[in-house]
Design a protein around this ligand. Structure first.
Ligand code: UD1
Ligand code: UDP
Length: 369
């Protein structure tokens, strides 16, 4: 019998990073074969990941446009994937997380009655618009999915609350942890480090979520800027997401502050190593909330909700939202109360043992053969 063909579909930076271990594990499986399809909902930020891990997609839908709307991405993925599924007829599809690519590719597979495995299934805030549109993307994807690869027991419980079948849920850990084993280096140099005072307290900042764009982002950036201006020992590195809304807000807020370094998105190896060398992380990113406990870095989460409560329970993440007073309170607390900082930095990684991809591939092997 020939190998079962698993179409692995993704479109953005975080999906790519967390699907790489699954692709690599499929490549080594005797009886399974990956067919990598990128929608390229992101272009440059996706290509950085593909290059870092030498992944060459079999198909590239190349659909990113500057002013892409959620509808436009969805329609393009649906119509292009219909043609591709009819041509290739894979035995199964794997999608990741909660992006527009995730939902639209799952729906397109469902229309062809191809079974879908959802990697990182079961994350929930239960808030329809927070994060927007990701909460509904993942709920709908879980309605379509055949196999749920839940990173934690908590995500399994979320799926059970929605009456998904426990027999189809597999707790695997998060593939984000698998990736860290390949990126973190003892010795690492990168150009931005030369621009930072050697004894600086370095804050690594990222922010991009749609629900934060506009006033919340402006308020958070204002609070961070004020804090840096009044503390000469603090510097910020902010690899700015390529979303035009984020670019504009970041430059407006920080262009006059030479201790806030606005740089292009970093390749994932640089980013992980910079995170490992930082004092503190401030972010609204999902993936970074998963990585930080393993790196032992406290995170101020610039959001009101999180679908990653495991990191809050482990003590690494503090939800501060975008309120200037709250942000300023916590930054000062870290600076003036080293014991509190140390407590948060003593992280217990709740996201698995770095073997999530292996478990996912083993399930597929059992289910398909
Ligand atoms: C998407 C995901 C979000 C994820 C984020 C990761 C959805 C609904 N949202 O949001 O869950 O957290 O990716 O970063 O799928 N751009 C470029 N080059 C790139 C990438 C983006 O120029 O490599 C610009 C384009 O102008 C694009 C815009 O950024 O139109 C926004 O990208 P989009 O994928 O629509 O939304 P994100 O906010 O990135
Ligand atoms: N990341 C990266 N370069 C950067 C910023 C982030 O490689 O300049 C990585 C980060 O380590 C994490 C992922 O990108 O693995 C998170 O992506 P993003 O914040 O864009 O999306 P989210 O996780 O919020 O969906």
């Amino acid at each position: 019998m020939g190998k079962k063909r698993i179409m692995v579909i993704f479109g953005t930076r975080p999906e790519a990073i967390k699907m790489v271990p699954v692709i690599k594990a499929l490549e080594t499986a005797r009886d399974l074969e990956p067919i990598v399809v990128v929608t390229a909902q992101h272009r440059e930020m996706l290509d950085q990941v593909l290059a870092a891990f030498n992944v060459v997609p079999a198909f590239d839908l190349n659909l990113m446009s500057d002013q892409q709307t959620l509808t436009k991405i969805t329609v393009s993925v649906l119509s292009q994937m219909e043609q591709l599924f009819q041509k290739i007829k894979p035995d199964a599809v794997l999608v990741h997380g909660d992006t527009t690519t995730t939902l639209a590719a799952s729906l397109a597979a469902f229309y062809q009655q191809i079974p879908v495995g959802h990697v990182e299934a079961g994350l929930r805030t239960w808030e329809k618009y927070d994060p927007f549109p990701e909460e509904i993307n993942r709920q709908l994807t879980d309605t379509i999915a055949q196999w749920y690869f839940a990173p934690t027991e908590r995500s399994r419980q979320n799926l059970l609350k929605e009456h998904h079948n426990d027999q189809q849920i597999y707790i695997t850990g998060n593939t984000a942890i698998d990736v860290l084993a390949h990126t973190i280096k003892d010795q690492w140099q990168m150009p931005i480090l030369d621009q930072i005072q050697p004894d600086a307290k370095l804050i690594l900042l990222t922010m991009h979520r749609r629900e934060n764009q506009g006033a919340p982002m402006q308020e958070a950036f204002g609070a961070i800027n004020d804090f840096v201006l009044s503390h000469p020992e603090v510097e910020v590195v902010f690899p700015v997401h390529l979303s035009p809304n984020v670019q504009k807000a970041a430059h407006q807020a920080f262009d006059d502050n030479n201790r806030v370094h606005l740089i292009a998105p970093l390749n994932v190896i640089d980013f992980h190593n910079l995170a490992a060398r930082s004092w503190l992380i401030m972010t609204d990113s999902g993936g970074i909330q998963e990585e930080a406990p393993s790196l032992g870095k406290p995170v101020l989460v610039l959001r009101d909700t999180t679908e990653r409560p495991e990191g809050v329970a482990a003590g690494t993440l503090k939800l501060v939202g975008t309120d200037a007073k709250e942000i300023s309170k916590w930054l000062n607390a870290f600076l003036n109360d080293p014991a509190r900082y140390d407590q948060m930095a003593k992280a217990q990684n709740p996201y698995g043992d770095g073997h999530a991809a292996e478990r996912i591939v083993n399930v597929l092997r059992q289910e398909l053969n």
